[in-house]
Design a protein around this ligand. Structure first.
Ligand SMILES: [Zn+2]
Ligand SMILES: [Zn+2]
Length: 110
C-alpha cells in the first residue's frame, strides 16, 4: 500500500515539475482568457499560463496540471469531444456497479 502511495507522489511530482516548466515557457493568458479554474483564483501560480502547441494534458494550464488535476482545466475540456466524454461516463457508470457486486459473492462462497 505504501508503495502505491509513493508511486502517486512520484506522479504528482512529475506533474508539478511539468507545471513549473509550462509556467516558465508557456504563454501567459490575459485576465479575460484565463481558464475557469484560474478565474476563481485556484492553483499555485499567480497567472494562467498555457504551453503553446501542447498536446494531451499539456493543453491544460500550469495551474491545472499541478498535482495532475488537468481535467478540471477549461482549456483541456475544450479540446475533448463532448460525445467521447459522455460515452466514457456512461461506460464507467454501467460497468463498475456490476463488477463490484459480482466479485465479493464469488470470493465469499469459498
Ligand atoms: Zn488556468
Ligand atoms: Zn487551467
Amino acid at each position: 500500500m505504501s508503495g502505491r502511495r509513493k508511486d502517486e507522489l512520484l506522479a504528482q511530482k512529475r506533474f508539478n515539475v511539468e507545471s513549473a516548466v509550462i509556467f516558465c515557457q508557456g504563454v501567459v493568458k490575459d485576465n479575460e482568457h484565463m481558464c475557469n479554474h484560474c478565474q476563481e483564483g485556484w492553483g499555485p501560480w499567480s497567472k494562467c499560463v498555457q504551453l503553446a502547441g501542447g498536446e494531451g494534458y499539456s493543453r491544460a494550464c500550469a495551474n491545472c496540471i499541478w498535482n495532475g488535476e488537468y481535467e478540471r482545466c477549461s482549456f483541456w475540456q475544450a479540446e475533448q469531444d463532448p460525445a467521447t466524454l459522455g460515452i466514457q461516463n456512461r461506460a464507467t457508470n454501467g460497468i463498475s456497479p456490476q463488477s463490484q457486486r459480482e466479485r465479493p459473492m464469488k470470493h465469499g462462497q469459498i
